[in-house]
Design a protein around this ligand. Structure first.
Ligand code: GLY
Ligand code: MN
Ligand code: MN
Length: 450
């Protein structure tokens, strides 16, 4: 079939846009809608305003959507805003309000689009279908609509849930207060805490993406295990991991890969990866990917020359035993994590710490618990450290890490073992990353299989 040039041009614009728009696996529109409705239920009859991420100042730097905005919309373009108005029954002179959701899209910048590609604006007839949000308006209507909501019921200005730290939210509230003749904008409520509560428990689509992130990360770590050997550069190994992550569908690593050998195995956030690995050392490799905005997080520790020394093996097995002890002690709805001060006697941190203190000694005969210098784990989701109130126990439906470590600088010996777990509806744990070898012999065998 031969198409005329104008038709081809139109078709290209439509297809190019939808190809860009489908670069990530999205949840269903119904899922995002359900998340927005759930947020409305947490607003005490108020209104929430959230802002999308901004294009980086240097347009060749990477852009990543704001995590809360993505969770609620699946929308991956910069500069948008979302307003959610909670439904409320009539009260006194105040009329009843229905649930309302509006996505505000920025004005297109045709010059910038030469660099960034086409962006959707509210004038596009497809905008409601493509965004999946009931109403789509130009960004210039955001202040107008907030003014209308508050003009109809002034108490709404005291029930605005937004992002108190952002300039956009502060400006919007100040301007709206001015349009209503108020001297100051009342303090806004922090919407991030409310969204964090929702993000903690993963739905089926989120779990699917977390599995894909985990699977890709396992593949990358397997490639890493074949690449570690004396004389190999840490940075080369980091590069091999990045290649495998992207080959397996990840858009980026979920954090800067850590490949730390020798004394750097004891440095928690070492990501310089600038050394050449030496026989006789161990290397801690903490690296994983992000698949369609969902993160994974894996650490393995390897002997650079393919064989743990007796001392390395002793410490390795204690860390592995501590991870197993924490897994076995887990009780959904009861166990806490991220308790590095060991305030809770039954937190998974305390379980792992007790295990370390009961097994092995340092060179001075002291117990090993003092070398476990970080939390046992954290929630994982759209962010590798997903927000969570760690004073609360881990619930069914959550995804989190168990990652004990012992770091003894005096011995140039650091060991961390980290996996990601899903709490099933029956309360038991499913490990999403345990297809990757972690018993000492299994790691050595995998290294030999290159
Ligand atoms: N990779 C970051 C962490 O383990 O928390
Ligand atoms: Mn972690
Ligand atoms: Mn990690």
């Amino acid at each position: 079939m031969k198409l005329s040039r104008p038709i081809l041009a139109v078709l290209c614009v439509v297809l190019c846009w939808s190809a860009a728009g489908s670069a990530l696996d999205r949840s269903s529109g119904a899922d995002y809608h359900a998340r927005r409705a759930a947020l409305a239920g947490k607003l005490n009859g108020g209104v929430a305003v959230l802002f999308a991420g901004e294009e980086p100042l240097l347009d060749f730097m990477p852009y990543r959507q704001d995590s809360d905005f993505y969770y609620l919309t699946g929308w991956n373009e910069p500069g948008a805003a979302l307003l959610i108005e909670a439904p409320a029954a009539a009260q006194g002179t105040r009329p009843a309000r229905a649930y309302r959701e509006v996505m505000f899209l920025p004005t297109r910048n045709l010059r910038m689009e030469l660099f960034t590609g086409r962006k959707l604006d509210a004038a596009s007839p497809d905008a409601p279908r493509l965004t999946g949000v009931d109403e789509v308006r130009p960004m210039s209507d955001l202040a107008v609509i907030l003014n209308q909501i508050a003009a109809g019921d002034r108490t709404m200005m005291y029930r605005v849930w937004s992002e108190p730290e952002t300039e956009q939210a502060k400006s919007l509230l100040a301007w709206t207060a001015a349009t209503l003749g108020m001297e100051h904008a009342p303090p806004m409520k922090d919407v991030r805490g409310a969204v964090a509560e929702l993000r903690a428990v993963k739905d089926a689509d989120e779990l699917m993406l977390l599995r894909k992130a985990a699977d890709a990360s396992v593949q990358a770590q397997l490639a890493m295990m074949k690449a570690v050997h004396p004389g190999q550069r840490e940075r080369t190994v980091a590069g091999i991991i990045l290649e495998k992550l992207m080959e397996n569908g990840c858009e980026r690593p979920s954090y800067a890969p850590i490949v730390g050998s020798g004394e750097k195995s004891t440095e928690l956030h070492y990501a310089e990866n600038s050394q050449t690995m030496q026989a006789g050392d161990v290397v801690v490799v903490d690296a994983a990917g992000e698949y369609s905005m969902y993160a994974s997080d894996i650490t393995r520790t390897l002997p650079v020359n393919g064989h743990f020394s007796a001392r390395q093996r002793e410490i390795y097995d204690i860390v592995l035993g501590a991870q197993r002890a924490a897994m076995e002690a887990f009780v959904a709805g009861k166990s806490r994590i991220n308790d590095p001060q060991h305030k809770y006697p039954d937190s998974l941190d305390t379980i792992a710490w007790n295990y370390m203190n009961a097994h092995g000694k340092d060179l001075h005969g002291d117990p090993l618990g003092k070398y476990f210098i970080h939390g046992i784990g954290h929630s994982v989701g759209i962010d590798v450290h997903d927000p969570y109130d760690y004073s609360q126990p881990i619930q069914k439906g959550m995804v989190f890490t168990i990652e004990p470590g012992i770091y003894i600088p005096e011995e140039k010996l650091g060991v961390r073992i980290e996996d990601v777990f899903y709490v099933k509806q029956d309360g038991t744990l499913e490990c999403l990353t345990c297809a990757l070898p972690k018993e000492a012999e299994a790691v050595e065998k995998e290294m030999r299989s290159r």
